[in-house]
Design a protein around this ligand. Structure first.
Ligand SMILES: [Zn+2]
Length: 74
């Protein structure tokens, strides 16, 4: 995964991502589709990914905006 986005650990973000797998029908190069994921949890700030529901590969995370306030999670 190539991404310039860095996330702080254990926080929720609103992220956008694109699928860079040419074999996938979600492939950005064909669809131009940007996926919104909100809330997106950063885990430990290192091991996180937006996984495509079709091909199962990590998408490239384009942007990440820290949610303020953080969502209530039960
Ligand atoms: Zn895919």
């Amino acid at each position: 995964m190539s991404s310039d986005v860095t996330l702080q650990p254990a926080l929720y973000y609103a992220v956008t991502a694109q699928d860079n797998n040419p074999a996938c029908r979600n492939y950005y190069g064909n669809t131009g589709k940007i996926w919104d994921v909100n809330p997106f949890y950063s885990n430990d700030g290192v091991h996180y990914s937006v996984v495509c529901g079709i091909c199962g590969q990590p998408m490239e995370i384009l942007t990440a905006v820290l949610l303020d306030p953080q969502p209530e999670v039960s």
